[in-house]
Design a protein around this ligand. Structure first.
Ligand SMILES: [Zn+2]
Ligand SMILES: [Zn+2]
Length: 125
């Protein structure tokens, strides 16, 4: 996903999924919530979380403003949490992955990564 070329076209959507941003919370603000959650469970993963968050903290157009910090954002909450989720899955820590899904998923219609996760045997509490 990260290797794909970004088209330089001005648009008020998430630059990754092209969907309108319906949960305007930026990756940095989400990362703080994820860090608080992760720090209680797997503090050893926090530095990696920072690296993963930086990968998603793009500021190309900044058309949408985060409702928490009011900074511009280009990546929607869905794409950010999917990015983190895909990484957490590689830890093979089922409890952690299920916990993350329950606490942070933005796949509200369960058509995207939640559906995929369920097919892979993860459960959303
Ligand atoms: Zn997106
Ligand atoms: Zn923010």
């Amino acid at each position: 996903m990260l290797g794909m070329p970004l088209e330089v076209v001005k648009m008020p959507e998430c630059v990754l999924c092209r969907e309108a941003v319906t949960n305007p919370v930026c990756p940095d603000c989400l990362a703080e919530q994820v860090a608080a959650w992760l720090g209680e469970r797997e503090p050893g993963l926090l530095s990696e979380l920072r690296v993963r968050t930086r990968q998603m903290s793009l500021h190309l157009f900044d058309e949408d403003k985060c409702v928490i910090c009011f900074k511009g954002m280009d990546i929607c909450a869905y794409c950010y949490t999917e990015h983190i989720f895909d990484w957490l899955k590689t830890t093979k820590n089922l409890e952690l992955v299920n916990g993350f899904l329950s606490a942070f998923h933005f796949d509200l219609e369960r058509k995207g990564y939640v559906k995929r996760a369920e097919e892979e045997g993860f459960v959303l509490a």
